[in-house]
Write a protein of this length. Structure first.
Length: 271
């Protein structure tokens, strides 16, 4: 576990809180019984890249470790703790799995930079959400931001409701907060979470409502949350994991985040 990359180490902050993290020979089992629909809360994390011929064994392990205990988990998800890019073996592709990379970005207090444009405080304010009272607002924002990528929508809404319940419990345990940008009419238009493990902080689910994008709101939010993490939570290193092709990476870099190692994921969506 101590040899995991920074991306995977901070991923496990959440599973360790309300789920199960079990070290096996060559892999780690991650289960979240309270949210079996969460693909990346219910997965196997392997300590090396897959090789041709491994698919049958890996799928069998997933069935034994995840599906047999949680029949609602109808996906497949494998994390790979590998230092370099690798090709998806043909037998994994034949099983319907796709390979994805995520970029791990980190920030220290000294790296933090002011946004190019300040938040218009006459129109917007950054605040900590009152959970669970404002959780429903966050869920509706997440559904709107998803734009139908996860289908059916009701399954995605249930997943986000369960996630917000988790984050509320983590906040009550003193592990972090959920933050948002509100209009002065009270509409939540951007949000994210920041949760801690010692001196490490990990961002969660940065989103902006489609109607409010390209106004600098998310940049202002990230900067405000980073400042809170350093000055109030006493964190030393903040971590964001993002799609390497997502334009949001430029936003994170604009406030000082720097790219580091990648993490690798293989997944097959549920039927």
């Amino acid at each position: 576990m101590s040899e995991l990359s920074l991306g995977w180490r901070t991923d496990l902050i959440f599973a360790r809180f309300d789920g199960e993290v079990i070290a096996r020979d060559g892999y780690v089992v991650v289960r979240t019984p309270s949210n079996p629909l969460f693909w990346w809360g219910n997965f196997l994390l392997f300590d090396g890249a897959p090789r041709a011929g491994d698919a049958a064994r890996w799928l069998g392990l997933f069935k034994t470790e995840i599906v047999d205990l949680q029949p609602e988990s109808r996906h497949l998800a494998f994390g790979i703790n590998a230092p370099h890019v690798f090709d998806l073996p043909a037998d994994f592709a034949a099983a319907g799995l796709s390979l994805y990379a995520s970029t791990v970005l980190t920030l220290s207090r000294e790296q933090l930079r002011l946004p190019r444009a300040a938040l218009d405080e006459a129109q917007f304010r950054v605040a900590v959400l009152a959970l669970p009272a404002q959780a429903a607002q966050a869920v509706e924002l997440h559904v709107a931001s998803d734009a139908g990528e996860h289908d059916p929508v009701e399954s995605f809404r249930l997943f986000r409701e369960r996630q917000m319940q988790r984050y509320g419990a983590m906040e009550r345990a003193g592990l972090g907060h959920w933050f948002g940008v509100f209009t002065h009419a009270g509409e939540l238009v951007a949000d994210c979470g920041l949760f801690a493990d010692g001196a490490l902080g990990r961002f969660q689910h940065v989103s902006t409502h489609p109607a409010w994008r390209r106004r600098g709101l998310c940049t202002a939010l990230i900067h405000a949350v980073c400042t809170h993490g350093f000055e109030v939570m006493g964190l030393q290193t903040l971590v964001i994991v993002a799609d390497p092709d997502d334009v949001a990476i430029g936003l994170y870099e604009s406030v000082g985040f720097e790219r580091g190692a990648s993490t690798w994921q293989m997944e097959r969506r549920p039927p």
